[in-house]
Design a protein around this ligand. Structure first.
Ligand SMILES: Nc1ncnc2c1ncn2[C@@H]1O[C@H](COP(=O)(O)OP(=O)(O)OP(=O)(O)O)[C@@H](O)[C@H]1O
Ligand SMILES: [Mg+2]
Length: 374
């Protein structure tokens, strides 16, 4: 992984604003991307991901702010004078041109000779694993194949920056997962700085070196996938990425929170005692009491002495690799707590609907957020 703090940024976005009439699509976005980094813009529909990508490409100019690429101010340059390749959600290949002509298209305006272009097209077809398809037309390829051609076309001229706007979202689930790996492998091999827009958290978590979480045109958090998942900086990020139980609670001092009648230890926070907060914990971090190592889904290394609660299993749903259990606790009031338990734990503890059991909420996994954030 690249160190995001090392050296000057390859792509530097500073205080970028974008208004469409009265509507603010981007508010004061600042962001540094290092050379060779794979960054995902992640956020709900309409949050401004595409708008930010289009500003980087010069396809839509920002209202205010600047974009520097490779140390050069490109803020007001047209797309043709910027150095990027782009892939959109829809394949956007020329239907009347063969695959090889589609890929060669951008190369033909660069003054390269015909044999050189042919050799480059062959190399690119090899890179995306579609050598056999060169004489076909786009309509004769599957969606996944067309998107690989679009990728080959985008990198044909060796751009400094690869921009991908939801390139996988039109594909079915299996192809999507396969292409995730292919794109990531190709990106590593070429070392090309890449920005990919997605609203799919799994895609972002599995592909990105760093994720930029966007909400309502603002950057909510920037971090590695594990930072974003483990240490969400707001309730929005916590709830948008992964599953999260949420309860109304009251802050205690330092690393305490009370929820209903339960006094819990939690990850350190800076709320004042008595502040209304939201307490949150992920379902996979709830540990069934008496579970042996490996049976709890919480990843290792968490302390488990404090924070035990009696609960009743009210519903169990089998989800293949684990059970999603709905737990009731009189002290948390009416809100149920969801927990993911492994099949081994369920079998060994003989968990069934209606059964009373004890759970542990590991201190470091109990998070506290501002109650009024979302
Ligand atoms: N040309 C435009 N004119 C007016 N409003 C626009 C224009 N383009 C985008 N918007 C608005 O700006 C906001 C951000 O749009 P954008 O396309 O960037 O969202 P997005 O995060 O890419 O969403 P999605 O995941 O649905 O693609 C939306 O509310 C959208 O309606
Ligand atoms: Mg979009």
């Amino acid at each position: 992984m690249l160190d995001a703090t090392a050296g000057p940024a390859y792509l530097k976005i500073e205080n970028l604003w974008k208004a469409f009439g009265d509507f603010l699509a981007l508010s004061d976005v600042s962001l540094d991307i290092q050379e060779g980094e794979f960054v995902c813009f992640l956020g709900p529909s309409g949050c401004g991901k595409t708008t930010l990508l289009r500003a980087i490409a010069g396809l839509d100019l920002q209202t205010k702010g600047s974009v520097h690429q490779g140390g050069k101010d490109v803020s007001n340059l047209p797309p043709s004078q910027r150095d990027f390749g782009i892939v959109f959600q829809s394949y956007a290949l020329f239907p009347n041109l063969t695959i090889e002509k589609n890929i060669a298209f951008g190369l033909e305006n660069t003054g390269r000779k015909k044999p050189e272009i042919e050799a480059r097209v062959t190399e690119l077809l090899g890179l995306v694993g579609l050598e056999e398809q060169r004489k076909k037309y786009p309509a004769q390829l599957s969606g996944g194949q067309q998107q690989r051609i679009a990728l080959a076309r985008a990198i044909a001229t060796n751009p400094g920056l690869l921009l991908l706007d939801e390139p996988l979202s039109a594909l079915d689930a299996k192809v999507r997962v396969f292409l995730r790996h292919e794109i990531k492998k190709l990106q590593r091999q070429l070392g090309v700085t890449t920005v990919m827009v997605t609203h799919d958290q799994e895609e972002a978590l599995s592909m990105a070196d760093r994720i930029v979480v966007i909400n309502h045109g603002r950057v909510e958090q920037i971090g590695t996938p594990t930072e974003i998942y483990r240490h969400p900086s707001s309730l929005f990020v916590a709830g948008f990425i992964g599953d999260m139980n949420q309860f109304e609670a009251t802050a205690g001092v330092g690393d305490r929170v009370s929820c209903g009648g339960a006094e819990l230890e939690c990850a350190p926070h800076s709320f004042e005692r008595g502040a209304k907060v939201t307490m949150a914990i992920r379902p996979e971090d709830v540990i069934p009491h008496g579970a042996e190592p490996g049976e709890a889904d919480a990843s290792g290394g968490v302390e488990t002495q404090a924070n035990t609660l009696n609960v009743t299993v009210t519903e169990m749903e089998f989800l293949g690799s684990y059970w999603r259990c709905r737990l009731a606790n009189e002290r948390f009031g009416r809100e149920p707590l969801f927990a993911n338990f492994s099949m081994n734990a369920v079998r060994r503890l003989d968990l069934r609907e209606g059964k009373d059991m004890m759970i542990e909420l590991p201190k470091s996994r109990v998070m506290v957020f501002d109650a009024g954030e979302v």
